[in-house]
Design a protein around this ligand. Structure first.
Ligand code: NDP
Length: 444
């Protein structure tokens, strides 16, 4: 059996009931087959694949907190410190009822390669809890965040592990966590990113993932003879990534016709009104039905189906495995030319294969959504230097990083004889740097 297949079997055997983690490992290992085969003996001797698929450390802890009725609640929480070969662990904290160890491990594993692709010195990690901030009062969210940080602070630090936001963890949650970290340690340091502007946050961090997604998508289209201007775009999600992807796509002259949340999706023939969407999602924290009610030519559909609309470009920006085989078939049938992932692993392996086999340009999340973590790393640099760059400075650096990532993955795919396969290109380019650093640092 090949080394790659042996390792995949071992991962499945040793990590039962973690299908998302298996899926993420499968995708990466399949892409690496050609790289590993060129140097199989060396990688085997170093147990490189065993080490890269096994987290350096996994923290599991309980988070007790008191709700507004005086009832004690308890949540499960996780921080997976996956790989520190090229820098301190870096990756978001997800607060969502679906969170479990397998989800955090898939996200942490992906993060290693994404962070490597940014070209910045950051390792891979991820964390979170099955706590659901939806429907909770601000006081309850604060009680949870303070209790969560009371345990987590022992394991993180500006040069050790720097968590950030993710699904369910926005500016409010980061603020509460940062306050508790400072209180417990007495240190005012860049231990979290996604902070508010008044206490060490970076301009353009809020916009970074969505904007970065469009910078990379624009470059991918341009290099394949297309222009983003004038294209019809379908976006899923209505959170941080989706909102700023919509905003930047519109600034680039595209027309975005959809958005979705966990209950349904909207089709707005006039183009999404992004100011209204922000008001409903960022301020009122309400459902998309409110958006549809306020727009004359907008249809609301309950449930799934956002990618069944006619579009040139699809940007899945909600959650893992939302773009499935029937969605991929609908996109191809409707003439879609490009899919770029704003979310982490939103496309199933089957759907990814179908899109690629039908000539759809496909940018994987670990490259396409790396703008968020790249700007987080820029926030860390600003915190270390005790200064703040302007919005334009950060945005320019972000654009340079995203265009650079596209060419890096494009070149890696070409070098290994897989021109246009950006999934393979991203996995290979991300892997080579980390593998080199791991081997240089010996058996640790
Ligand atoms: P938000 O919490 O701001 O928004 C998430 C959006 O996705 C919401 O519209 C939410 O709907 C929807 N959603 C969440 N879970 C589900 C589900 N199970 N089924 C259908 N819809 C769902 O998160 P972000 O925008 O920050 O993150 C979105 C994706 O992007 C995630 O995969 C995240 O890991 C990834 N990402 C985020 C980065 C960032 O900087 N924020 C950086 C890189 C990747 P509802 O409001 O109903 O819950």
């Amino acid at each position: 059996m090949s080394y790659v297949d042996e390792i995949y079997e071992r991962v499945v055997r040793e990590n039962p009931s973690q299908p998302e983690f298996h899926q993420a490992v499968r995708e990466v290992l399949d892409s690496l087959r050609v790289v590993i085969e060129r140097n199989e003996e060396k990688y085997r001797r170093e147990a490189l694949l065993e080490r890269i698929t096994m987290p350096e450390r996994q923290l599991l802890f309980r988070v007790p907190w008191v709700d507004d009725k005086g009832q004690v609640q308890v949540n499960n929480a996780f921080r997976v410190q996956f790989n520190s070969a090229i820098g301190p662990y870096k990756g978001g904290l997800r607060l969502h009822p679906s969170v479990n160890l397998g989800i955090i491990k898939f996200l942490g594993f992906e993060q290693i390669f994404k962070n490597s692709l940014t070209g910045l010195p950051i390792g891979g990690g991820k964390g979170g809890s099955d706590f659901d901030p939806k429907g909770k009062s601000d006081r309850e969210v604060m009680a949870f965040c303070q209790s969560f940080m009371t345990e987590l602070h022992k394991y993180i630090g500006a040069d050790v592990d720097v968590p950030a936001g993710d699904i369910g963890t926005g500016a409010r949650e980061i603020g509460f966590m940062y306050g508790q970290y400072k209180r417990l340690t007495g240190k005012y340091e860049g231990v979290l990113t996604g902070k508010g502007l008044s206490y060490g946050g970076s301009l353009a961090r809020t916009q970074a993932t969505g904007y970065g997604l469009l910078y990379l998508t624009e470059e991918m289209l341009r290099c394949n003879g297309h222009d983003i201007a004038g294209k019809t775009v379908a976006v899923s999600g209505a959170g941080n990534v989706a909102i700023y992807a919509i905003e930047k796509a519109q600034q680039m002259g595209a027309k975005v016709v959809t958005a979705s949340d966990s209950t349904g999706w909207v089709y707005d023939a006039d183009g999404i009104d992004v100011a209204l969407l922000k008001e409903i999602k960022e301020v009122k924290r309400a459902r998309l039905t409110e958006y549809a009610a306020a727009r004359p030519n907008c249809e609301y559909h309950a449930g799934r189906g956002v990618f069944t609309v006619k579009c040139d470009v699809a940007l899945p920006c909600a959650t893992q495995n939302e773009l499935q085989i029937e969605d991929a078939k609908a996109l191809v049938a409707n003439g879609c030319i490009a899919v770029a992932e704003g979310a982490n692993m939103p496309t199933t392996l089957e759907a990814t294969d179908y899109l690629r086999e039908h000539g759809v340009l496909f940018a994987p999340g670990k490259a396409a959504n790396a703008g968020g973590v790249a700007t987080s790393a820029l926030e860390m640099s600003q915190n270390s230097m005790r200064l703040s760059w302007t919005f334009e400075e950060v945005d320019q650096k972000l654009k340079g990083i995203m265009v650079g990532i596209f060419h890096n993955i494009d070149n890696a795919a070409r070098e290994y004889g897989m021109e246009g396969n950006y999934v393979a290109g991203a996995n290979i380019a991300g892997f080579l740097k980390v593998a080199d650093a791991m081997m240089a640092q010996g058996v640790v």
